[in-house]
Design a protein around this ligand. Structure first.
Ligand code: ADP
Ligand code: ZN
Ligand code: ZN
Length: 823
C-alpha cells in the first residue's frame, strides 16, 4: 500500500511555517498540484482557503494531520513562478509565506470562515446557481452581510466555501462592501429564440401555439423586432432581458413561461466591467532627435544589462519612450508591466496608454474594487486580453506568464515600499527579482533618480541613459528663491505668502495661466496649542499630536485615524485660548480664497481624494480650466502633465529638509524638482517660487541650478561617512508591546544578544520618532552591515536571535518584525 498523500499548505496566518494536511482519497482530490486552493480546518473552529505549496508522502511526526475539506480550483491560481517569487519575498523581507499570500491575492480569492459576505442587490438571478445558493441569497438579502461561519450554520453544513466561491465568481455576493463607486453587475441576462425554434416552421408553430397567451405572444414579437427582424432572430441574435422587461413591465411571469417552453432561452453574458476601448487606436508620436537617441541608447544598453536607469528631466518625453518600448515588446508577443507609485496613477496616464493599447491594457489599482482586481488577476491567469498592466506596487504579484519588460516609472518614489503590514517589500527591487525569473528587462525611469539607483548605474551594475532636454526644447522653469526670514523681518508677509509668491500668482492669474501650490502637509494646521500653558492635544492611542481639520471641526490622528471633535477649551488649564500652529493644505486653501477672491481654487490631498471619482474630477476640472489654482500635498508632484500650468509655488521648503532622517535632503531635492517640473511643460518657460528660511542651503541651490549630479555627489559623501546605503544595508527590528517596560527590556536583551554576534553593526534599541501607535509601545534596533556581507547570513543570525528571545516565557507576547531596506 502506498503511504498517504500530504499537502503542505500556505495559510494566511503569521506563523513562520507551512501546515501539513492529509489529502483524502476521493476523486475530487486527484488533480491537486501546487498553486491550487483548498479549504482546510484550522484550530477549533476556523476554516481557511490556503494554497498548496507542495505534495509529499512524509507523515509529520509531531502532530496528527487533519484532512483537506474541499478543493476550490481545477487548475492553479498561483503559478510555479509566483510561488518561487513569494518564497524570495518571504526570505528577503523576513516575513512568512502566509503574509505574502495575504498581500499577493485580491480578497475575492482568499476566503476564511471570518470572511464577511455581502449581498449584491443588483444581481440578476441566473439559472447557473444551485438551489442552495438561491436559498442563501434570500437569507443574505435579509441580513445584507454574514460571515462564512454564519453561512455554514444557516445551511447546516460544515463547509460552504465552494458554493460561495461560485457565488463570488457569479457576482451574486461580494466579499468587500460595495459602497464607493456605484457598482454595475458584470453579468447581464440576455434572451434569444430557443434553439429548437430557430427555423421558420417551428417559429411559425410557436406563434400559433401562443394565440391563447397574448402576453407571451406580444413579448415574442417585440423580441423579434428588437433584434432587428425574424432573420436575426432565427440566427439566435440576443437582446437584454432588462430592456425587454422595461417595455413590458409586469410581464415577468409571461417571460418565464416562454423560457420554460424553450421558445426563448436565457443566457448570462459578461458585459466586462472594465471600460472597453471603442475608438481607433492612436499611432505613436514621432521622436525628436534627442528622444530617438535616448531610445536607441536604451535598446543598446539592454543588450548588456537587465536593468537600465533612464534619467530624463521632467517633460522630456519619458512616457513617450515607454509607449514605443511597450509596443516593441507586445509585437514580440511579450507582456509588459508598467509600475507607478500609488498616487501617480491618474486618469491622465491611463488615458494616454488606453489610446495606444486599447483593450490590451489592464489596470490594477487599490482604488479599484476587489471584483475588478479579481478580474484582472483571472484575465492574466487565463491569458485572455491583457498584455500591458498599468499598476501600483502590488501588481508585481499578478500571474504573468511571459513578462518581457517592467517599467518602473518615478523609480525614486517612496510609495513603492510597503510600510505596513508585512511583506515590507520594495516594488522596484522586488520587480527586478521578478524580471530575473522571466528573463525580462527592467527600465527605471525618473527625473530625480534615487541615490541607490544612480550609484548602481554609475558602477555599471545598471545601464544608464540620460535625456537632458525637454521636449520641444522648452527651458526648465526659472526658480525664484523667496526668503521667508527676510520677508517676515520686513513685515512683508501676507499670511503665508512672500511678496515674490504673491506677485507671481497675481501675474499668472492676470495672464490666464494656471497655478499649483505645494504644501507638504494636509489638514488645516498640524496641531492646536494652548497659548496659556502650551498644552497640545495628542492621540489617546499614539504618541503624536493630532492634526486640526477645520472643515470637519475635528482633530485627526494621521497614524491611526482616531478622530475627536475639536475641544473649545484647554484640557489642562481650561483656558479657551487655543491657537493653531503651523499650516496645512486646508489652511492655505482658506488663505488663497481670501487673498485672491476672483480665482477658482481646488485642493488635492488625501482628504479630498478618498474615492477614485473625486480624484479624477479634480484632475479633469484642472485640465479643463475650471480651476485656476490647485493646492496640494505630494500628490500634485507626481507625473501630472498639465499644458497650461505656468507657475508653481512651494510654500515651505524648510519642513522638507528638516526631517530627522538620512534621506531628508535627497527626498527634499526630489520633491522640489518634481513639483517644479509641473511648470511650463508646453509653450512657454514656467516660473517656480520657492519659499524658504534658509536660501543658502546647498540643496536649495541644487534645485535652483537643476543640478542632480551635485546633489548626488554631496549625498554620496555623507552616506559613505556615516555608513548608510548605498554602501551599507539597513535592517530595522521593531518590537511592540502593550507595556513600555516590557518592550524596552526585550529590545535591550535582543540588542545585546545581536551585538555579541554582529558587534558595532547593531545600534540601539531606541524609541522611534513615534513611540506608541494604537496603544502599542515601540522600540527599534538598527542593524547596519557592509554591502559585502552576505545578507542571507546576517538574516539567519537575526532570525535565530529573535526566535531565542521569543522562546522565553516573559517575552512571549512581544511582537517583532523586521523592516529590510527601510526608507
Ligand atoms: P515625461 O514623462 O518625461 O514627463 P512626457 O512624455 O509626459 O514627459 O512629455 C511631455 C509632454 O510633451 C507631453 O504632453 C507629451 O505628449 C509631449 N511630447 C513628448 N514627446 C513628444 C513627441 N515625440 N511628439 C509629440 N508630443 C510629445
Ligand atoms: Zn492615533
Ligand atoms: Zn492650557
Amino acid at each position: 500500500m502506498t503511504p498517504d498523500l500530504y499537502a503542505d499548505i500556505i495559510l494566511p496566518v503569521p506563523l513562520p511555517r507551512l501546515f501539513t494536511y492529509q489529502v483524502p482519497a476521493e476523486p475530487e482530490f486527484k488533480h491537486l498540484e501546487p498553486g491550487i486552493r483548498v479549504v482546510v480546518p484550522f484550530g477549533k473552529k476556523k476554516q481557511y482557503s490556503g494554497i498548496i505549496y507542495c505534495l509529499h508522502r512524509n507523515r509529520p511526526e509531531s502532530y496528527d494531520t487533519k484532512p483537506i475539506l474541499s478543493v476550490l480550483d481545477k487548475s492553479p491560481v498561483v503559478t510555479a513562478k509566483q510561488l518561487d517569487f513569494w518564497q524570495w519575498i518571504a526570505e528577503y523581507y523576513q516575513c512568512t509565506l502566509g503574509e505574502v499570500y495575504k498581500a499577493a491575492l485580491p480578497s475575492g480569492l482568499k476566503l476564511e470562515s471570518e470572511t464577511r459576505v455581502y449581498f449584491n442587490p443588483d444581481y440578476e438571478q441566473s439559472d447557473e446557481l444551485p438551489e442552495k445558493a438561491v436559498k442563501l441569497l434570500f437569507f443574505l438579502s435579509e441580513k445584507k452581510v454574514a460571515t462564512i461561519g454564519d453561512i455554514n450554520d444557516f445551511l447546516e453544513q460544515k463547509n460552504s466555501f465552494n458554493l460561495l466561491q461560485k457565488m463570488i465568481d457569479e457576482k451574486a455576493v461580494f466579499v468587500t462592501e460595495q459602497i464607493k463607486e456605484g457598482y454595475r453587475p458584470k453579468k447581464e441576462n440576455f434572451l434569444r429564440v430557443g434553439e429548437t425554434y430557430r427555423n421558420e416552421t417551428e417559429l411559425h408553430e410557436a406563434f400559433n401555439h401562443l394565440e391563447k397567451a397574448p402576453r407571451q405572444l406580444e413579448l415574442l414579437m417585440r423580441l423579434i423586432q428588437l433584434v432587428g427582424g425574424a432573420g436575426n432572430a432565427l440566427q439566435g441574435k440576443t437582446i437584454s432581458r432588462k430592456l425587454l422587461l422595461k417595455e413590458h413591465p409586469g410581464s415577468t411571469t409571461a417571460l418565464n413561461e416562454l423560457i420554460k417552453k424553450k421558445i426563448l432561452e436565457q443566457q448570462a453574458i459578461e458585459v466586462g466591467r472594465l471600460e472597453q476601448w471603442q475608438g481607433n487606436l492612436k499611432e505613436k508620436n514621432t521622436f525628436s532627435p534627442a528622444q530617438a537617441k535616448a531610445y536607441e541608447d536604451i535598446e543598446e544598453s539592454f543588450k548588456e544589462h537587465t536593468v537600465v536607469l533612464f534619467h530624463g528631466v521632467t517633460s522630456s518625453g519619458k512616457t513617450e519612450l515607454y509607449i514605443h518600448l511597450i509596443e516593441k515588446y507586445l509585437k514580440a508577443g511579450q507582456q509588459v508591466l508598467y509600475l507607478l507609485p500609488e498616487i501617480a496613477l491618474t486618469t491622465q496616464i491611463t488615458h494616454r496608454l488606453k489610446k495606444h493599447f486599447g483593450n490590451k491594457l489592464g489596470i490594477y489599482h487599490s482604488k479599484f474594487s476587489n471584483e475588478e482586481r479579481v478580474e484582472v488577476y483571472r484575465d492574466l491567469l487565463e491569458e485572455k486580453n491583457y498584455q500591458v498592466i498599468l499598476g501600483v506596487r502590488s501588481s508585481i504579484f499578478l500571474p504573468f506568464r511571459n513578462l518581457g519588460l517592467i517599467i518602473v516609472d518615478e523609480e525614486h518614489e517612496h510609495s513603492f515600499k510597503q510600510f505596513d503590514p508585512a511583506p515590507r517589500y520594495h516594488a522596484r527591487d522586488a520587480g527586478i527579482m521578478l524580471a530575473h525569473r522571466h528573463g525580462a528587462k527592467v527600465l527605471l525611469g525618473t527625473a530625480t533618480p534615487s541615490i541607490e539607483s544612480y550609484y548602481n548605474a554609475e558602477r555599471g551594475k545598471y545601464g544608464l541613459v540620460e535625456l537632458h532636454t525637454r521636449y520641444d526644447d522648452i527651458q526648465l522653469p526659472r526658480i525664484v528663491v523667496a526668503d521667508l526670514k527676510e520677508a517676515r523681518r520686513k513685515k512683508q508677509m501676507k499670511s503665508h505668502f512672500t511678496p515674490e509668491l504673491f506677485t507671481e500668482i497675481q501675474n499668472a492669474l492676470a495672464n490666464k495661466q494656471q497655478i499649483i501650490l505645494f504644501q507638504n502637509r494636509r489638514g488645516f494646521s498640524p496641531f492646536l496649542e494652548c497659548t496659556v500653558c502650551s498644552w497640545v492635544p495628542r492621540c489617546n492611542f499614539c504618541d503624536v499630536s493630532m492634526t486640526y481639520h477645520k472643515k470637519m471641526n475635528q482633530l485627526v490622528c494621521h497614524y491611526c485615524g482616531h478622530t475627536v471633535t475639536t475641544p473649545t477649551t484647554c484640557q489642562a488649564c481650561g483656558s479657551p485660548a487655543l491657537s493653531t500652529q503651523g499650516f496645512g493644505t486646508e489652511k492655505i486653501e482658506e488663505e488663497v480664497k481670501l487673498l485672491f477672491p476672483e480665482a477658482k481654487v481646488a485642493r488635492m490631498d488625501l482628504d479630498t481624494t478618498r474615492s477614485k471619482k473625486s480624484y479624477q474630477t479634480l484632475i479633469s476640472d484642472f485640465e479643463s480650466g475650471a480651476v485656476d489654482i490647485l493646492i496640494g500635498t505630494q500628490m500634485v508632484t507626481k507625473g501630472l502633465d498639465f499644458d497650461n500650468v505656468n507657475m508653481v509655488g512651494i510654500l515651505n521648503a524648510d519642513n522638507l529638509l528638516n526631517m530627522p532622517d538620512f534621506r531628508a535632503f535627497e527626498r527634499g531635492f526630489q520633491m522640489m524638482a518634481q513639483v517644479s517640473g509641473r511648470a511650463g511643460r508646453k509653450n512657454k518657460r514656467g516660473t517656480v517660487v520657492l519659499q524658504t528660511s534658509s536660501p543658502e542651503h546647498p540643496i536649495i541651490q541644487y534645485v535652483v541650478e537643476n543640478n542632480y549630479y551635485q546633489m548626488y555627489r554631496s549625498q554620496l559623501t555623507e552616506r559613505h561617512a556615516f555608513n548608510y546605503p548605498p554602501y551599507f544595508r539597513l535592517i530595522y527590528l521593531v518590537l511592540k508591546h502593550k507595556q513600555k517596560p516590557v518592550v524596552d527590556k526585550a529590545a535591550q536583551s535582543l540588542a545585546e544578544h545581536l551585538r555579541a554576534l554582529l558587534g558595532s553593526r547593531v545600534l540601539g534599541p531606541q524609541e522611534p520618532p513615534v513611540g506608541r501607535i494604537q496603544n502599542q509601545y515601540l522600540s527599534r534596533i538598527l542593524i547596519k552591515f557592509e554591502k559585502a556581507h552576505s545578507p542571507g547570513r546576517v538574516k539567519n543570525i537575526i532570525n535565530d536571535a529573535v526566535n531565542t528571545l521569543l522562546s522565553h516565557q516573559r517575552w512571549k507576547y512581544v511582537s517583532i518584525h523586521a523592516d529590510v531596506d527601510p526608507l
